[in-house]
Write a protein that binds this ligand. Sequence first.
Ligand SMILES: C[S@@+](CC[C@H](N)C(=O)[O-])C[C@H]1O[C@@H](n2cnc3c(N)ncnc32)[C@H](O)[C@@H]1O
Length: 250
Amino acid sequence: MGARDRMELDNVAFIGRTYEEYMDMFDLGENERAFLDGPVLDCPAGPSSFAAEACAKGFNKVKACDMIYGLPADELEATGNRDLALISGKLTETAHLFRWDYYGDFSRHMQYRAAALYRFIADYRAEAGGGRYVHARLPRLPFSDGSFALVLSSHLLFLYGDRLTPGFHAESLREMARVSSGEVRVYPLLGLDARPYPHMDEVLGLLRRDGIIAEIRPTPFEFFKGATRMLALRTGGLKGEVRRDLSHLF
Ligand SMILES: C[S@@+](CC[C@H](N)C(=O)[O-])C[C@H]1O[C@@H](n2cnc3c(N)ncnc32)[C@H](O)[C@@H]1O
């Protein structure tokens, strides 16, 4: 596989999307806005401005978590700016892997990325100690069972499936399902090569053993070519006492 056939990233990028993109990625149309009354968890949220913008719109029960939270805002801002430059170069090399109609063109896409970072940092700084941004390292989450009506997860699982094992995916998804009383939605279901995640059946099989019902649904959003589907999980009230240990798998 050549350098242009996949986006080569040494580390998980600290790149974020906006509220508008989240609403489209997760197909949160008018009839599903009630979900936003929450509580909602964005996991991992990185420098996404979804939580900041949702809260500014009055949906103030939206929380965000990430393993990098807890660092000073200036440090996150510097990391975000470094990764914006990195992604800008990588996108130029691999532009053919993407559909550009949603954004219009490359520079408009980068404006979205910069807007997300700018809005996130402003809110992260203002929120210091306020509890909206929570340090968490998957596959564990520091929340009690059923804390969130909706858990949203984008651009970590499946996308970085070249370095995160199927066991890590199953354990992380199971943990998201545990803290959800309603639904978990995950997008995209492709890797950095824009090909479908190859171990989906294995991961969904592990979840099924714990009574987690998975459904693949269409979404109107597409940036990576072919990324037109999301994963939705329903738990039917999965509780922490379901403790199958999958740690040997990753
Ligand atoms: C691409 S960003 C997420 C962006 C956001 N969901 C969005 O779509 O705008 C990926 C994030 O995953 C975080 N991350 C990577 N591994 C993690 C782990 N094991 N636990 C929690 N966060 C993790 C990184 O710190 C990074 O901020």
